[in-house]
Structures are given as C-alpha cells and as structure tokens.
Design a protein around this ligand. Structure first.
Ligand code: IVH
Length: 693
C-alpha cells in the first residue's frame, strides 16, 4: 500500500483535496487581486477552480460557505477609501469549448421556455473592471470591483484615463452607472518594459497586472503617463430613468453619450453565428493594441436577462467563451541557475526555440527545485509551455513520449555556480540559497538593484555599466559608487564625458533620496518598497531602525494587519538579521561617510503647529474613513506620537470597529477611549483636546 502523498491529488480524500484547492486558490486570489502579481497562469488558475467546482458538485460534504467558488475577485485594500457597490459587481461563468457554450445556450433556451433570444458578443478585455458613476452628466465616482460588494474609490486615478468622459454629452439620464474594463495598451506596456530592460530592472510580467497595479497605486500622474484606456460594456439602472430595453441599444446609447464602446461588438440570432465570430476573433487576437482572452456572450433583451437572473455570483444571461490558452510543446535543453540578489538559486528553463502565439520563446521560468519536481520535468524532456501573459512563459509540465528514455531527476547544485560556496536550504524556505554575501553574482544583482529607478535612481548607470564597474574592480560594495570620479568613468570604453557627468550628477542627487528608498535599495531580504514605507513611518532614521527589536518590528505587522503586505515576524527577523552582519554595517558607515542621508528629513517644527505635543495615541480596530496608518500620520502631523501597545503612559486610545484586546487593556488601565467620530472632530479642532483631556 502506498502512503498518501500531498503531491499526488488522486491519493487524497475529497475533503482534504477540496481544502487543499481552497487554500491554493485563496493564495492565488491574493497574489492576483491584492498584489497584482500572480505566480500561475490564468489557465492553471481556471483548472484549479474547475477541479474544486467539480469536487464540490460531486461531494456536497466538501462545500463550505467561504469557498473561492462562492466569491468574486479580491478584497478591497485600505490604500483607497472603500465604496459599496449598490449593484454587486459580479463575475462570469466560463465556457472552454463549443460544447460548453452549446450547453449554456440550451440552458437559456429551456429557462426562457423556448422563446427566441438574440445575443450580443463582445471581446472579453483582459484588464481591471471598474464602475463609473455620473450625476447630471458629471463623472463623480470611479471604483474597482474589490470583492464584488465593496471596492476601492479610485476616482482620482480614473480621471487620468483619457477615454473616460469627465462630462457626458447628449440626452443622458440624470444618474447613471457604466461599467467597463480599464487596460494598459500593449505599446505602453512594451515601452515600459523596454525602459526597464535598459535600466537592468526586472520586467513586468504582463499588461493586465501592470495596468491593475497602475490604477491601484496612489499617484494619478503615473496613470496619465501610461496612457491607460477603457472599453465600456454595460449600463446600469441606478434610479428611475427609462434605460434601453436591449443591451445592444444600451451600448449604442452609451457611445452617443461619449463612452468608448468597442467596435468589434456584434449582435446575433444564432449560436452558429456566434461561433463563426469567435473563430474570426480568435484568428485576430493579436491584431489589437490590447489583450482579450475570449468573448463575452450576453442575452440581448433586458427583460429576458431579468427573467434568467443569477446563479450565485454569476448571471445566467451571460457567459465568457474563453480563447484557448496559448500553449506549445518543445524540448527542455537545459536548466541553468541564476543567482539572485538575495542569494536565491533561480532555475531557468532553456528551451528549443518555439513560436507561441506569434512570439519566439526560448526561456521559461521554473520557480525552484520543488516546482521542477512537482512538474516532473527533466533535461531532454518534451515539455508543454504556456505564454501566460505577454512576457514570461511558464513550463506547465512534462509531455510523455512513449518509448522515450528520460534523463535523471533534476537536482539543485550543492555549490553556488558563481562562487562555489556550499548552498543552504532552510526549513520553510522554498529556495536554495548561496549564503555568501560577497558572492559576485549576488553583488552584481545587488548593485543593479541599488542604482535602479525605484531605489537610488542613478539614471545612466544601467546593467551594462554595473557589470563593467565590477569587472574593472572599481566597485565591490554598493557604497563604492559614491567614490567614483569623472577620471575613472571617462576611461571606460564608450563612456563619453557627457554620460560620465550625467551619471555623477545622478549619483550626487541620490544622496538625498527619502529614507524608504534607501532601505529598499539596501536589498534587505523581504523589504520591498511598501514595507520600507511602513518602517520609515515608525523609525525616521536607520539607527533607530537598527535598534528595533524583533517583537517590536513584528508588531508593525499586527498594526497594519489589513494591508496586503505588513511587516510580520518573517520580515522582522530578516531586518534584525541584516543589522547583525558586520559587513552590512560597513556599507552603512561608508554610505554615511559619502554623505548619503540616512534619516528622514522632517518638516521644520513650529510649536504652534504642534498642539498635540506630548500626547500619545494608540489606534486600534478598523476605522471607516481612513486607514490606521493615515490616522497615525494625522496625529503625528499635529505633534502627537503613536505607539502600538497600550500602557499607563498612553493618553488616548482610539477605538475603531472590532477593536479587541487593546480596547480591553485601555479600559483596565483607565486610559481615555475615543471613537472615530470623536477623532475626526478633534482633527478638525485640535485645540479641543485640552477641553476633553
Ligand atoms: S460583462 C455580470 N463584458 O470579465 C458580469 N465583462 O469574468 C458582467 N470583462 O468582471 C460583466 N470584458 O471584468 C463584461 N465585454 C465584457 C468584458 C467583461 C471583460 C471582465 C469583467 C468581468 C469579468 C468576468
């Protein structure tokens, strides 16, 4: 008898497998919706979801109320104010082949008692769903889908999307709600990646996530620069206006009011016509300057739509008829190992070149040894690959060839291919790592990262120059870039005086980058730009951060719990470990000597602007009008200080929704408790604090 192995889904009981699928899908939902950085392709995600659906249908005991099959999209983040959707933003059922589309058509026919119905077929745009509200023709609110019930108010960003009208034209109803898909045009995406390549920065994986990330970041100017666009595809009844009785008419009315409506949309009477249209669109899927991953077929009559209604989270009157995933088979010629900035040994598949949907693919990602074993791929195998987005293809798995002998299982090297140090793999870490922080490959990656745009932003000093500076022995620690001289630079092949001056000017300017950028630039494992911001909000200098204890740092996680990326114990551990290493202190001290500002410059203090000086606040629970971080910022702007735990020294506890143990502690210690509405009043009239104190 074989023991059940978690790697073989067939060995698991339906309940265990369903739980495993739910966990996996939650993980991937979070990556996709909340971090805009999926690690599997849409096709792989759909396959997991399909397996879970089938399992739940066949074994009702496996169903749970919180299954991903019952949910829509991600959860709203707290970077933007939240908005309720009066009409939920739902999802669509998928048809992966003609038979599934026919089954949908039969179901609709049955439910409509055989009445004929027309269908509108539209391209399914691969972007970010948004809701746009107009009052008296003015664009007043734009929101993301979020979890379908509550989304994020991204109005400011959407105002920068040229094709979203600010003011409607013609005879529009007084209140209306349009929905559509915002996307990053492919040429903008390509331009962004070309620039990243020039700067030696990692490439964005695909336009969908980069576009979603653009709308969900805080700077509207970035949205404008990236030329985001929209296709609008539905109109909702939000009042008592008489809206068109057919979807097709609604689309043309929307167009007449100034909305951008896709001119590929068609209306049909029969399913054969829809299928011919699908074939035609599939053949042209790469001709458009945006990505579409299928058709959406919708019953045209609104009365018939209403009669059909919804099944769970999906309308019965529409279906997504997906284009097939873009896959191909090819030979796996080799697996090479690249050493990353943090010492991770990153395997990369070298493939016999193959054309997948118009692009030649010769490399694909393989995440780690476990991933390679799970996919059971070996050098020499025929493998299936999928181009999940525009750039980085994945290896799906091994394609058995009868009678073909296979090579040995892949093993990670025991020594670092760059510096020969013995590789380590720690418990709980999926990656093998080279522990030698002086490893040349790691240093090259660290230097590239240090000078990159999101970090110290030393424009002109791209990947090529990093390599040359290292090879010439001019730089062997990131701090050495500050010692570079014009004489040294102009001696380098193909480095003119002009470029040397530009590089040196940018190096000089980088000394005044905000502290969060410096923390990010240092490449402390797991400290990304967002975490660096959180750290600086607490520790305004590198020395204060270096003295923080692990629990205190981990507590920042607790404090920012509802953020998609908080600090947490793992990152806290990484920060503390970073400051233990002598070599890292040497880098910091050389940066300091070079004049790099290792503290956050605070606005000059004017006593009159500091009415809350000496007042300590603890903010707990969920606030409805702002995040805790924002509230903290406001308290600090008035001179107050904030801490994460309640003590007798705490002057005020601000209790938001679902405040827990801190509220109880405050009650016990008789710390004055105020609620959100009171905090808002106080922020309006900071002087009032003396009256209630
Ligand atoms: S209609 C009740 N039409 O696909 C849902 N959706 O998988 C009605 N999408 O959330 C949606 N193009 O983000 C519709 N022409 C189109 C679409 C479209 C893309 C997206 C949308 C939706 C998702 C559902």
């Amino acid at each position: 008898m074989t023991t059940p192995s978690p790697d073989n889904p067939n060995d698991l009981s339906p309940i265990t497998r369903a739980q495993q699928l739910r966990d996996e899908l939650w993980f991937h939902n979070d990556r996709y919706y909340n971090n805009d950085s999926p690690v599997i392709s849409d096709g792989q995600y759909d396959a997991l979801m399909q397996e879970l659906r089938e399992l739940e249908a066949a074994h009702p005991e496996c169903r749970t109320a919180n299954s991903p099959t019952q949910m829509v999209g991600g959860s709203p983040s707290d970077r933007f104010p939240q908005v309720e959707h009066p009409i939920p933003m739902l999802s669509l059922a998928n048809a992966f082949g003609r038979d599934e589309l026919e089954a949908w058509h039969r179901r609709v026919t049955d439910l409509l008692d055989g009445q004929p119905f027309r269908m509108v077929a539209e391209l399914k745009i691969d972007g970010l769903a948004v809701r746009l509200v107009y009052r008296n023709g003015e664009f007043v609110l734009g929101a993301t889908r979020g979890n379908g019930q509550t989304g994020e108010d991204v109005t400011h960003n959407l105002r920068q999307v040229q094709s979203i009208p600010h003011k409607l034209i013609g005879d529009y109803p007084p209140v209306l709600e349009a929905r559509g898909e915002v996307y990053l045009p492919l040429d903008s995406f390509r331009r962004m990646n070309e620039e990243r390549e020039r700067n030696g920065e990692p490439l964005y994986a695909n336009p969908r996530n980069t576009g979603a990330g653009t709308i969900r970041q805080l700077d509207p100017a970035v949205v404008r620069d990236r030329n985001m666009e929209i296709w609008t595809y539905s109109l909702n009844d939000t009042g008592d206006s008489a809206l068109p009785s057919s979807h097709w008419d609604a689309l043309s009315r929307m167009q007449s009011w100034g909305f951008r409506v896709n001119d590929q949309n068609r209306i049909f009477d029969t399913l054969d016509q829809v299928c011919d249209f699908y074939d035609d669109m599939l053949a042209h899927r790469h001709d458009w300057p945006y990505e579409a991953d299928g058709l959406v077929v919708k019953v045209d009559s609104i009365a018939q739509q209403n009669a059909l209604g919804f099944a769970g989270r999906e309308p019965r009157w529409a279906i997504a008829y997906k284009f097939p995933a873009e896959r191909a088979n090819t030979r796996l010629l080799d697996i090479v190992i690249n050493v990353g900035r943090t010492g991770s040994l990153n395997p990369q598949a070298i493939l016999e070149p193959v054309v997948v949907s118009g692009a030649t693919v010769q490399h694909a990602s393989l995440h780690n040894e476990e991933d390679i074993h799970r996919k059971d791929v070996r050098i020499g195998d025929l493998v299936e690959i999928e181009r999940a987005g525009d750039v980085i293809p994945h290896v799906i798995g091994h394609v058995p060839v009868p009678g073909e002998e296979r090579g040995p299982e892949f093993r990670m090297p025991e020594r670092c291919p760059e510096c020969d140090t013995t590789v380590v793999k720690e418990l709980g870490d999926a990656m093998h790592r080279c522990p030698n922080s002086a490893c040349p490959a790691q240093f090259f990656e660290s230097l590239k990262h240090f000078v990159s745009r999101g970090a110290m932003d030393m424009d002109g000093l791209g990947e090529r120059w990093c390599r040359i500076l290292i090879d010439r022995g001019l730089v062997s620690d990131v701090s050495h870039v500050y010692n570079l001289t014009s004489e040294q630079l102009v001696q380098l092949d193909r480095m003119g005086e002009k470029l040397a001056t530009r590089i040196l000017t940018n190096i000089e300017a980088s000394k005044k980058r905000p502290l969060a950028r410096i923390l990010f630039a240092l490449g402390i494992p797991h400290v990304g730009a967002e975490v660096a911001d959180i750290l600086v909000s607490r520790y305004p200098s590198i020395d204060e951060l270096a003295q923080a204890g692990i629990d205190e740092l981990a507590d920042l996680y607790d404090y920012n719990r509802e953020e998609s990326q908080g600090v947490g114990p793992r990152i806290a551990d990484s920060i503390v470990s970073y400051f233990v290493v002598e070599r890292n202190w040497q880098t910091i001290s050389e940066l300091r000597d070079a004049g790099v500002q290792l503290w956050q410059e605070l606005a000059p203090v004017n006593e009159d602007d500091q009415p809350w000086k000496g007042q300590t606040f603890v903010i707990t629970g969920t606030l409805s009008t702002m995040t805790r971080r924002e509230a903290e910022g406001k308290v600090k702007a008035l001179g107050g200080s904030t801490t994460s735990s309640v003590s007798r020294k705490t002057n005020w506890l601000v209790a938001g929704e679902s405040a827990g143990s801190k509220l109880a502690t405050a009650e016990r210690l008789r710390v004055p408790i105020i609620y959100e509405h009171r905090l808002l009043e106080l922020l309006e009239n900071p002087g009032m604090i003396c009256e209630i104190a």
